[in-house]
Design a protein around this ligand. Structure first.
Ligand SMILES: Nc1ncnc2c1ncn2[C@@H]1O[C@H](COP(=O)(O)OP(=O)(O)OP(=O)(O)O)[C@@H](O)[C@H]1O
Length: 348
């Protein structure tokens, strides 16, 4: 559906997008993620034909981005969507349907159906008197008046409360399920993770990672094993959660990067008369991977050449990191057996 090759935009001397290559398949939800100023909006505008690329190719459904034929089949949602404050949702959407020459009956039917799906109440209220969430829903409905195959949404959930955000994201998923192609930008990785089929992460105008969320996790994320022992072993530190209602006091934690190192911790603990009482697998959250990539701490991030593990000591034991980071999955392997838990981000 979309092909971007060597897509580049400079404003004066400033390189906003330095040469992007990606493709988006029909029916896919494709996320462009990055910090402020990464080049997301510029990329979306180039795909929509609103900004002329300095160089490279932006092709949509076989047309050059910006070709009138392509624009007829596009719904664009800008990051800020000022609406005509004195209009009502109905009159506003009818106005845009007329601009697209959608027959009146068809426009009314489509508009009402979309507003039903978006659960927009107060359809005769002045837009100027509506909440931000309601206005965003109307803007989304506007992007659909011409029933386009391609939707390009710039930060669709920006500034919305969690409930409305979920609503908008679910709606986006629904659109893709109905065969539409959706490209959207976001800051919040949780949104991207829950909705997108594939993502690219941009920083300073450059794509620094790409793939499905599991692929990005696999390539750039780091898995560590937290081994809890009854005696200290070299490199371990007292378990700060020990002594709580659920965790016995006096435990020590070693953080290692592979199972061989786990075995070494086990052997050392046994040599000192102790034992391993708990092992937890911790995967970096997408948010952390993103922060590492964006801040350049993930080696070779800028060139998409993959990651390099934080260097463990010779025996694979690392000092536990000071701050606990949220994680996505915890596998507990106690001496009695093992179990896998989804814990939504905190250690148990
Ligand atoms: N019309 C313009 N003239 C000059 N510089 C611009 C223009 N539009 C964008 N830029 C610059 O290009 C860079 C990328 O901007 P862009 O809006 O694409 O980033 P973004 O990732 O969408 O950021 P945000 O998340 O803050 O919306 C920024 O440094 C921005 O200041």
């Amino acid at each position: 559906m979309i092909r971007a090759e060597g897509l580049r935009k400079t404003y004066g001397d400033f390189p906003a997008v330095v040469g992007s290559d990606f493709a988006v398949e029909g029916g896919e939800i494709f996320g462009i993620v990055g910090p402020n100023g990464a080049g997301k909006t510029t990329t979306l505008k180039m795909l929509s034909g609103l900004v002329e690329p300095t160089d490279g190719v932006a092709e949509v459904a076989g047309y050059d981005a910006g070709d009138p034929e392509m624009r007829r089949n596009l719904g664009f949602l800008p990051e800020e969507s000022p609406l005509y404050e004195d209009m009502t949702p109905r009159s506003y959407l009818r106005f845009f349907a007329d601009l697209y020459d959608v027959p009146r009956a068809e426009a009314t039917e489509r508009t009402e159906r979309t507003l039903d799906r978006l659960e927009l109440a107060h359809r005769e209220r002045r837009l100027g008197d509506m909440s931000k969430g309601m206005k965003r829903k109307v803007a989304i409905a506007r992007s659909l008046v011409n029933d386009p195959d391609l939707l390009i949404y710039d930060e669709p959930a920006s500034g919305l409360d969690p409930l409305t955000t979920n609503y908008v994201l679910e709606f986006t998923r629904e659109l893709a399920d109905r065969g539409k192609t959706v490209v959207f930008s976001a800051h919040n990785l949780y949104h991207v993770e829950s909705v997108c089929d594939r993502i690219v992460i941009m920083n300073r105008g450059e794509i620094i990672a790409r793939g499905t969320v599991p692929e990005i996790r696999e390539e750039y994320g780091e898995t560590t094993y937290h081994v809890f022992t009854t005696v200290p072993v070299e490199g371990s530190e007292p378990d700060t959660s020990a002594g709580s209602a659920t965790v016995e006091a006096g435990r020590h934690r070693s953080v290692v990067s592979d199972m061989a190192a786990v075995d070494r911790v086990r052997e050392r603990a046994a040599a000192d008369g102790g034992e391993v009482v708990d092992i937890r697998t911790r995967e970096q959250s997408l948010e952390d991977i993103f922060l590492d990539l964006a801040s350049g701490t993930t080696p070779e991030a800028g060139s998409e050449r993959g990651r390099q593990q934080t260097e463990p000591s010779a025996d694979g034991v690392r000092a536990p990191s000071g701050g606990e980071r949220p994680e996505t999955e915890t596998v507990q392997a106690t001496p009695e057996g093992s179990r896998t838990e989804r814990d939504g981000g905190s250690e148990r």
